[in-house]
Unconditional design. Structure first.
Length: 253
């Protein structure tokens, strides 16, 4: 692993450990999930520096048996210079009761988000650092009618992800050869209503990927999510099978 990525991962781990040490004793439950993801960055036209970002995630609990979450995210991205990209947009999330410690009822969330991505090479590795800010409006459901939003809780969240991929077989000149990918991401919440769970969650991913075409990739792998709930006392250790479809095809018009 190149030194910049190693230092970033160690720094994120140190922050997470520090936050964990400040938390009270908690109960952790384990769940098993399956996520199907589509991630597209589609240039508005050939050679354009501006692209349409489209993302959808179908997240199922109990390895596909029940709904966990539905996430729909869209936005616009702009290449600022080689390897530097800024993106912003809107996301909708619906969370359902799932797992060993389910929420009382399903609830919605609206987000606006902004991110900066820095990509570079390090020998055979392709490395990306992603910094994202999210503004979140989380629906609080009514007691008498749990299908209606009673009010909205606002929170901010910062996310940092480091990702590296490495070709593992085939002719080095052929982009279609398979590759290994790994990433680590740290989530930290902040704002007036965030007190007991500044550390929100962490994710670690290991996946095997392959180019189907020059602009289409498929990745399959394992994701571990450690999620701290708003109480600061309850947590989830989620083991997830993940299948991702990633497209960089330009828009057809």
């Amino acid at each position: 692993m190149p030194r910049p990525v190693l230092l970033a991962v160690l720094f994120a781990s140190a922050i997470a450990s520090s936050m964990e040490a400040q938390q009270p004793a908690r109960t952790t439950v384990e769940n098993h999930h399956a996520w199907l993801t589509y991630l597209g960055d589609h240039a508005l036209f050939a050679g354009s520096k501006t692209s349409l970002h489209l993302e959808s995630q179908i997240r199922r609990g109990d390895l596909g048996g029940d709904w966990q979450q539905l996430l729909l995210r869209g936005g616009l991205a702009r290449a600022l210079s080689p390897g530097v990209r800024a993106t912003g947009g809107y996301a909708f999330v619906r969370t359902y009761p799932y797992g060993e410690a389910p929420v009382r009822t399903a609830f919605p969330e609206h987000r606006t988000w902004q991110q900066l991505s820095l990509a570079h090479g390090a020998g055979s590795l392709s490395v990306t650092h992603r910094y994202r800010l999210e503004q979140r409006w989380i629906g609080l459901m009514g007691t008498a009618d749990p299908t209606q939003v009673m009010s909205w809780r606002y929170a901010n969240r910062f996310r940092y992800m480091a990702r590296a991929s490495l070709p593992v077989a085939g002719d080095a000149t052929q982009p279609a050869r398979p590759y290994l990918a790994g990433s680590g991401e740290l989530f930290a919440s902040f704002g007036r209503d965030v007190q007991l769970n500044v550390f929100d969650q962490s994710r670690l991913v290991v996946a095997l990927g392959r180019h189907v075409t020059p602009t289409l990739r498929v990745e399959a792998g394992y994701l571990h999510q450690y999620l701290l709930k708003q109480t600061g006392r309850d947590a989830e250790s989620n083991h997830t099978l993940q299948l991702s479809i990633l497209s960089a095809a330009p828009l057809p018009f």
